[in-house]
Design a protein around this ligand. Structure first.
Ligand SMILES: [Zn+2]
Length: 234
């Protein structure tokens, strides 16, 4: 095997190790983002429902206050009935009482309707709060687990990266760049064996000329189909 290809093959072994160590860790940020979006959505729902419920409660309180104001007014008008001096004034006051009472009843009906709405909204708010709390618990547990996984892998990943460094020594920069690119784009197989004249990366047959060059060991040979760096295994 060509000495540079041998080095690249060693490098690929360590890179595969690093890949398998980081695979699920690399997926964590996207997973975290997905879960965070879900949590944010539930929080928005909770906030909206809380605001809606508060608004209804404030409105119903305002109406209740108006009803009590009308009651006071009716009481005052009833007292006036005792001191009016003539029949016309008496009738006018009775008329006024009736008008205030009518308004009061309408307001009280609205107030009762709002109280019913507030009750229903409270139920929806409680449900939203529970859903959010549950998701928050799951999310927090996920963060703890993710951290644990990162910490438990950190040592092994660091060690593998340390072992990788000396393996790149003596490999020309452009070949190293080519290898890195192939490793990423060729499903973590930049260096591929050739068995019975077939590239084991893409299963295409390599040319007689390339076979001869591989046997000659004087050049780095690439697969004509997938561009992987080749070596003869059989
Ligand atoms: Zn190939």
């Amino acid at each position: 095997m060509h000495s540079l290809v041998k080095k690249l093959l060693e490098l690929q072994k360590v890179d595969l190790e690093i890949s398998s160590l980081t695979k699920d860790i690399d997926a964590l940020p996207a997973e975290e983002q997905k879960r965070r979006r879900k949590l944010d959505e539930l929080e928005r729902t909770m906030t909206e429902r809380r605001a809606r419920h508060q608004k209804t409660e404030l409105e119903s309180r305002a109406l209740d206050k108006a009803v009590r104001g009308s009651d006071d007014e009716i009481k005052r008008l009833n007292e006036r009935l005792n001191i009016v001096r003539n029949n016309a004034e008496y009738q006018a006051t009775l008329f006024q009482i009736e008008a205030v009472r009518k308004d009061r009843d309408v307001t009280q009906d609205e107030c009762l309707k709002l109280l019913e709405s507030a009750e229903a909204q409270k139920g929806e708010l409680v449900a939203a709060e529970a859903a959010h709390a549950e998701e928050k618990k799951i999310f927090d547990a996920f963060l703890v687990e993710a951290d644990k996984l990162r910490n438990s892998r950190a040592g092994a990943i660091g060690a593998a990266k340390e072992r990788r460094k000396p393996l790149t020594e003596g490999i020309p920069d452009d070949l190293l760049r080519e290898y890195d690119g192939l490793y990423k784009t060729r499903d973590r197989q930049a260096v591929s064996p050739v068995e019975n004249s077939f590239c084991q990366g893409c299963y295409n047959k390599i040319t007689m000329n390339d076979t001869a060059r591989l046997l000659g060991l004087s050049a780095v040979v690439r697969c004509g189909s997938c561009q992987r760096i080749l070596y003869l295994s059989k």
